[in-house]
Design a binder for this molecule. Structure first.
Ligand SMILES: [Fe+2]
Length: 287
């Protein structure tokens, strides 16, 4: 089955959110939503999420799932806001517990921060499947960028999050805590073993040399032939060396500190303090 896919591009973080609809009905899933965040003012805004809400309401869609491909480090998730407005279950990979454990330590969270994934409605593992109306989704565990990265294969479309980017841009970084370029290589091989005509929708786009427009849709066949990091049969050793060398030169994403604290809580802010204020931490020299 071929789902109807609508993409929403966020200029501030180069994130693409997707609404994936059952072609036979009104059911849909929302993948990788964005809560706008002005870091200088520490102020949130729901403009991006409201665009998705407007699309859902205009088309009278029924949101069954709000999915995260992983705990994003470059934008905050709007999942709880979308759920409050539209319903649907929030799902992520089961290894979220590993990510919660790692960043629970980095942010020195107390025992009130549960590391069991219970902030989410559904924890997926490899081989799980789920339904969006009559449309079936299958879950692949594709770690490497983070330990909890999942690829959702829905009908003929694979939502790969931050594993593969467009063929002319390459692949995702693997230098965050719990990342591994070797694991990413293996995960990518898993994605590339899907049929060549499988549509691939990527979670970010930054354009690429010689390309002026943002893009987010490609195919398995195109990735296999042309991806600048893994196409044309690149072997594991050279990929790992290339990825690690490149990652050593990358700076941290601007929103990593707020993003992790919010996204490891399924997009919820920490509990307010005694004054009723919500405060995020800024641990020094820990990332
Ligand atoms: Fe990411």
């Amino acid at each position: 089955m071929k789902p109807d896919v609508t993409a929403f591009f966020d200029d501030a973080t180069n994130t693409i959110s997707f609404v994936v609809k059952d072609p036979m009905g009104s059911s849909c899933a929302i993948i990788d939503s964005v809560l706008d965040f002005d870091f200088s003012a520490a102020r949130t805004d729901t403009k991006s999420a409201d665009n998705i809400i407007a699309h859902v309401r205009e088309n009278a869609l029924n949101v069954e799932w709000i999915l995260e491909s992983h705990v994003h480090a470059d934008h905050l998730s709007a999942a709880p806001y979308l759920q409050e407005q539209l319903g649907g279950k929030i799902g992520i990979g089961k290894n979220i517990t590993v990510v919660q454990d790692t960043f629970g330590k980095v942010f020195n969270e107390g025992t009130e921060f549960q590391r069991d994934g219970s902030q989410f409605d559904q924890l997926f593992e490899e081989g799980d499947s789920f339904m969006i109306g009559q449309l079936r989704g299958d879950v692949l565990h594709t770690p490497g960028h983070t330990p909890a990265c999942m690829t959702y294969v829905i009908g003929d479309a694979a939502f790969v999050g931050d594993t593969l980017f467009m063929p002319d841009f390459g692949t995702a970084r693997c230098d965050f805590p719990g990342g591994s370029s070797e694991e990413l290589y293996n995960s990518i091989q898993k994605i590339l073993s899907l049929p060549d005509e499988t549509r691939i929708f990527v979670g970010h786009d930054y354009k690429a040399p010689g390309r002026d427009a943002y893009a987010w849709e490609t195919t398995v066949g195109e990735q296999k032939a042309k991806n600048v990091h893994i196409g044309d049969g690149a072997d594991k050793d050279s990929f790992v060396q290339m990825r690690d060398t490149r990652d050593a030169q990358l700076s941290m994403p601007k929103l990593i500190i707020p993003s992790l604290q919010v996204n490891m809580r399924a997009g919820h802010m920490p509990e307010p303090d005694d004054e009723g204020d919500i405060v995020l931490k800024l641990p020094i020299n820990k990332l």
